[in-house]
Design a protein around this ligand. Structure first.
Ligand code: MN3
Length: 208
């Protein structure tokens, strides 16, 4: 068995339509995500011991432990693998709406109200120059919610933060459906957010 595997897409390729088209999902999952995984596995050849029994999130959380020879590749390919593992699962054909319970309360405490939160996260994702991501994260030290962005395939795990929402703003995530209109893609993204999964991640991160 390989150290890491491609998680099964939790819906059909057309499951996120009309917000993300089937061809985009298929290429993004079978080509981009799969290639990150393949490159990660190639990077870890000869370093199996390092990764054995550790999730990719654990490796990315402690980059000091990664040998210099493979650190940059692990950040790129391991980050790309981890970011996409998360991306598919915080989206759902039955998504949208608002969170409830403790997460909603934390969002209201931090951002004032849900609308402000949406605006702030959206603005961050739209503002990424080049390729990267917008995130809602929980800071592991103070347990506060934050909006953050990363470049390329950098992940919040490497900054002692746990991602709860990820918005992929690499062009491959939206160009077929939205062309250059990244802002429209980001605005529509909220219609497919899987709040059950996001709340589950929040509870786990709070109790860690
Ligand atoms: Mn992507």
């Amino acid at each position: 068995m390989a150290l890491y595997e491609l998680p099964k897409l939790p819906y059909a390729y057309d499951g996120l339509e009309p917000f993300i088209d089937a061809q985009t999902v298929e290429i993004h999952y079978t080509k981009h995500h799969k290639t990150y995984l393949n490159n990660l596995l190639a990077t870890l050849e000869g370093y199996e011991k390092l990764a054995k029994g550790k999730s990719i999130e654990m490796l990315l959380s402690d980059l000091k432990q990664i040998p210099d020879a493979i650190r940059e590749k692990l950040i790129k390919f391991g980050g790309g693998y981890a970011n996409h593992n998360m991306y598919w699962f915080i989206l759902s054909p039955n998504g949208g709406g608002e969170p409830s319970g403790k997460l909603l309360k934390s969002i209201n405490d931090k951002f004032g109200n849900f609308t402000n939160f949406r605006t702030e996260l959206g603005k961050a994702a739209k503002s990424v120059f080049g390729s990267g991501y917008g995130f809602l994260v929980l800071d592991n030290a103070n347990k506060e919610l934050e909006v953050m962005t990363t470049k390329n395939q950098d992940t919040p795990y490497s900054f002692n933060k746990t991602p709860l929402i990820i918005i992929d703003v690499w062009e491959h995530a939206y160009y077929l459906g939205y062309q250059n209109r990244r802002a429209d893609y980001v605005d529509q993204f909220f219609n497919i957010l899987n709040w059950d999964e996001i709340e589950h991640r929040y509870d786990e991160a709070m109790n860690k």
